[in-house]
Write a protein that binds this ligand. Sequence first.
Ligand code: ZN
Length: 197
Amino acid sequence: MIFKNKKRYVIHTMGDPVLREIARPVDVVTPELRQLASKMIESMQAFEGVGLAAPQIGEPIRMVALGLPQESMSDLPSAGEEKLLPKMPFVVINPEIISTAGELEVHDEGCLSLPDVWAPVTRPSRVFFRAMTIDGELIECECGGLLGRCIQHELDHLDGKLFVDRVDPQDLAKVERELRQMQHYGEKHHFHRVKVK
Ligand code: ZN
């Protein structure tokens, strides 16, 4: 009984078709969805991620966990960073990006579903974000910094997109081998990675 009192966390990795589905909206917050929300936060923390979308734990539902550290606050923080970072971690349902603003910025991104792959992605620096927390609180604010980027990355997951879809061809070529191996590994190990904590 090595795993007694321990929990097993599973993240679905690239190659799993669930990551390519358009996730369905949440109509009613049921006890099952609350359980899913807790599981998302626990899984995100077990793998030391700062964001996690429900499809990454195998559920194609429009739910996202956000868990950025307070230290990720920009020097000149957006209203969203000031408002939301102190409340993290939390889970939102049916999140939307109403509009984008600011300059296009290039930053390296990684993803729990693509272990050990990092590549530059160009995205707008700010987004106007709207969502409902799992507890029914409406969020409407402009988010920049790492939070703005994380929101864009996680919402992509809900539309079946992965960050590598947004990487320039010449940068993508540099990680092509890792991506091929991941696809192979994913198929061999049924498209997921496991951590017991
Ligand atoms: Zn991701």
